[in-house]
Design a protein around this ligand. Structure first.
Ligand SMILES: C[S@@+](CC[C@H](N)C(=O)[O-])C[C@H]1O[C@@H](n2cnc3c(N)ncnc32)[C@H](O)[C@@H]1O
Length: 181
């Protein structure tokens, strides 16, 4: 990633005040699918709302993002809400792949509102047996389209080794829940 892009993300995260623990979008209404605990990985975790929520569910979490400002906000949220010890914040450029320090295996892998098709195989590989994948990306379905949006069917085809539990594409967003058997 270019320095200017990273600085743009830092500025965006620094401009927001406060955040709260939140489940991943794809898991809302389906919380029963969440494994009972273990290790979790969130890629492009931004300000850490999902990573901290996972920590509150009992997971030990690795949160990865390129933005130091986003990670600092996540660390502050984790400390404030008493789960600072449960989250490891990893500053890394995902253009270079999933960091070597995040080998897993993970019981949950989450990536939402960030799309890099080159990362799809690594997301599946990092899952433990029984592990849950939760992915949301911008979609061309129900939207005018654009450079960052997934074409129809992308997520459904991206993880051939996993069991798809739920797949939706509408209103400009695609979501996939899948499990490694
Ligand atoms: C739209 S935000 C989504 C943040 C979070 N997943 C959420 O749902 O709130 C996209 C995130 O991706 C991060 N990001 C963008 N490009 C990246 C890259 N190449 N490597 C790591 N993180 C990146 C940004 O810093 C930002 O936090």
């Amino acid at each position: 990633m270019a320095d200017t892009d990273r600085e743009r993300w830092d500025a965006r995260h620094a401009a927001v005040s406060g955040s709260a623990p939140m489940p991943p979008d794809g898991l809302r209404g389906r919380l029963e699918l969440l494994p009972p605990g273990g290790r979790a990985l969130e890629l492009a975790c931004g300000r850490g709302s999902v990573a901290v929520w996972l920590a509150h569910q009992g997971f030990t979490v690795d949160g990865v993002d390129v933005s130091g400002a986003g990670l600092a906000a996540g660390a502050a949220l984790a400390e404030r809400s008493g789960v600072g010890e449960r989250v490891r914040w990893v500053r890394a450029d995902l253009d270079d792949g999933v960091p070597a320090s995040c080998t897993g295996p993970y019981d949950v892998v989450v990536c939402q509102r960030f799309r890099d098709t080159a990362l799809y195989p690594a997301m599946a590989e990092r899952l433990a047996p029984g592990g849950l994948l939760v992915v949301s990306v911008l979609s061309e379905v129900g939207d005018a389209g654009g450079p960052y949006r997934a074409p129809a069917g992308e997520l459904a085809a991206a993880f051939p080794g996993l069991d798809v539990l739920a797949h939706t594409e509408r209103d400009g967003e695609a979501t996939l829940l899948a499990r490694r058997t």
